[in-house]
Structure formats: structure tokens, C-alpha cells
Design a protein around this ligand. Structure first.
Ligand code: ADE
Ligand code: ZN
Length: 320
């Protein structure tokens, strides 16, 4: 089953083994955040604390090259032919690395992975919502000016209950005017109003999660009608208790309502998931067969922030 992933935070893709290797290099104590080979957290705030502590152990260009190479190699091993990774210049700066060097390292990792397995990957620069509008604007400006062909999108992650999408509209205008694809996290930690406001003010082609749109049938109809693509991450949602179990996850309902949905792993080791597991759980809990899962991959590639020639080449690999 060929797979494609549109929504994975590269810092959140570092597994505990790799993080512990970094901790050994930099002499860091990760015992509050990693126990028995697993990340320790109990809610979104403590998840972010473990995430930020792990991210702080990637400090050089080569650290990030290895991280991207390691994650993309693992994806390719699970049958993924395409990946978009979210990259956060703010996390690099907090690690003492310039956004430019960070991007250079990640791009090198993407190229190494492609040479080894053929996996195609692009990068989406994200701003962190709870760092404020100015920081998100700086991230957008970096994305717009970075002149790296592997950067094809801009988005925003972080604490969705912070601020109002209106405050970030200028950042998204900068990215859109630079020709970048637009996505934004909404409808994960906050309800349908957050998705509606993101659509109104930020005009994304895709929404990260978006699943709580299900709280408002008119909004679901709007998403379907406008062809907005939802980057669904069911294992993340269940782990963070956004929904009480897969049986209460709205993905099947959104599909029935003709919304375009895709599957991604978000921050895989934190949520004990992987792109493979996302597809498996969709088969188990949402009744998807090979055809339905193939359609999920096709939707992701159709919604990818990528040039048309590469998109057609990827679609051709699906029909083979
Ligand atoms: N950053 C990393 N993972 C995230 C998530 N699931 N939601 C919002 N911001 C994030
Ligand atoms: Zn996310």
C-alpha cells in the first residue's frame, strides 16, 4: 500500500533512541521526559514540554540532516512515497542554530533520503502560534525569502487556544504572496469556531487536523464545498484525548460528508504511532479497505504542495 504523509513535525519525529543519542552527545538529562524508552507526558502542555526538551538536543546542521534522513528512511521503509515535514525555525533558534543552517541541514537530510530510497519530500515552514504574531510573521518572511526549492509551504502549529487567527493574517499574506501552499492547525485543541476563523482569516488550502469542524454541520458543508483538505491524525487525537477512542473519531463522518481527508502521524513516537499504524487503524476502526486507503494516498498527493510534474510522477506510481 503506497502511502503519503502531509503532516509531521520533524522535531516531533525524533524517536526516543535518537533523542537519547543526542542527550549523550550534549550531556543532557532526559529522565523527566523519557522513561522505559517512551516519552512521558499526560496532556498537551506536558507533551509540548517533552517535545521542546527533545528539540533542544538538535543543535547543528548535521544533527538536523541526520534527523530528517532517519525519519524519511523510516517512512520509506513503511511504504511512503511522499512526505511533507513541518519545520520550525523558532526551535532551531532556541537550539542556538540559525534558521538558514537549520534549513541547510534538513535539506541535506531530504536529499540523502531521496538518494537512498527514492522518497520524495518537501518542507513546510511553520510559525508557533503561542510565540505570538511577530514570531509567526518572522517565520513567514523566512519561508518567503529562503530560496530553497524544497520549501513549498507555510503553516502554523502550537497552542491553538492562544490568540485569534486574525492576529496572524499578515504572516499568512506574506507566505501566500510568495507562492507557498498554506496550511494551519485548527480544530484540534479548540472547537469548530477555531476552524471557521482560520478559514476566514488565513485562507488555507489545507487544515492541520480540522476534525472538530464536525461540531458544526454548516462548517462541514463549507469544508466539503470549498475542497479544503483535512490533514487528519487520528492516533494523535486519541492519544491527546481530543476524542474518547477511535470509535468516537469523526473521520468516517467527515468522509461521508464529502470532505477530503488524509492520514498522517503528527509526532509519531509521542503518540506511539507511525504512518503504517495510521493506515492500519483506519482499516481496523473506520472500515477502510485497500481501495479507500489508496484513495487517501491519492488525495494526499493531489493536495501536496509540489510542482505539477512531480505530482503527476507520484500519481503514476499509484496507478502502477
Ligand atoms: N506541535 C507539534 N505537535 C503539535 C500538535 N499536535 N498540535 C499543535 N502543535 C503541535
Ligand atoms: Zn501537528
Amino acid at each position: 500500500m503506497p502511502k503519503a504523509e502531509l503532516h509531521c513535525h520533524i522535531e516531533g519525529a525524533a524517536d526516543t533512541e535518537l533523542v537519547m543519542q543526542q542527550a549523550a552527545i550534549y550531556g543532557a538529562d532526559m529522565s523527566p521526559f523519557i522513561r522505559d524508552g517512551a516519552f512521558v507526558w499526560h496532556d498537551f502542555t506536558s507533551f509540548l514540554a517533552a517535545y521542546d526538551a527533545s528539540a533542544s538536543l538538535f543543535r547543528t546542521e548535521e544533527d538536523y540532516a541526520r534527523l530528517a534522513e532517519h525519519y524519511l528512511a523510516s517512512l520509506a521503509g513503511q511504504g511512503a512515497i511522499y512526505s511533507e515535514i513541518f519545520i520550525s525555525p523558532d526551535h532551531a533558534m532556541r537550539s542556538g542554530l540559525s534558521p538558514r543552517a537549520y534549513l541547510g541541514g534538513l535539506a541535506e537530510g531530504v536529499r540523502r533520503a531521496k538518494a537512498a530510497s527514492g522518497i520524495e519530500a518537501r518542507m513546510i515552514v511553520i510559525g508557533v502560534r503561542h510565540f505570538g504574531a511577530e514570531a509567526v510573521e518572522a517565520a513567514a518572511r523566512f519561508a518567503a525569502d529562503c530560496d530553497e526549492p524544497l520549501v513549498t509551504g507555510f503553516g502554523m502549529a502550537g497552542e491553538e487556544r492562544h490568540g485569534n487567527p486574525r492576529d496572524y493574517a499578515h504572516a499568512f499574506d506574506i507566505a501566500r504572496e510568495a507562492g507557498l501552499g498554506i496550511t494551519v492547525h485548527a480544530g484540534e485543541l479548540a472547537g469548530w469556531e477555531s476552524v471557521a476563523a482560520a478559514l476566514d482569516h488565513l485562507r488555507p488550502a489545507r487544515i492541520g487536523h480540522g476534525v472538530r469542524a464536525v461540531e458544526n454541520p454548516d462548517l462541514v458543508r463549507r469544508i466539503a464545498g470549498e475542497g479544503i483538505v483535512l490533514e487528519c491524525c487520528p492516533c494523535s487525537n486519541v492519544a491527546l484525548q481530543i476524542f474518547d477512542g477511535f470509535e468516537n473519531h469523526p473521520l468516517p463522518q467527515l468522509m461521508v460528508a464529502d470532505c477530503k481527508v488524509t492520514l498522517s502521524s503528527d509526532d509519531p513516537p509521542y503518540f506511539r504511532t507511525s504512518i503504517r499504524r495510521e493506515y492500519e487503524e483506519a482499516r481496523r476502526h473506520f472500515g477502510m479497505d485497500d481501495t479507500a486507503l489508496g484513495d487517501i494516498t491519492r488525495t494526499a498527493i493531489e493536495a501536496a504542495f509540489i510542482d505539477e510534474k512531480t505530482r503527476q510522477a507520484l500519481l503514476a506510481r499509484l496507478s502502477r
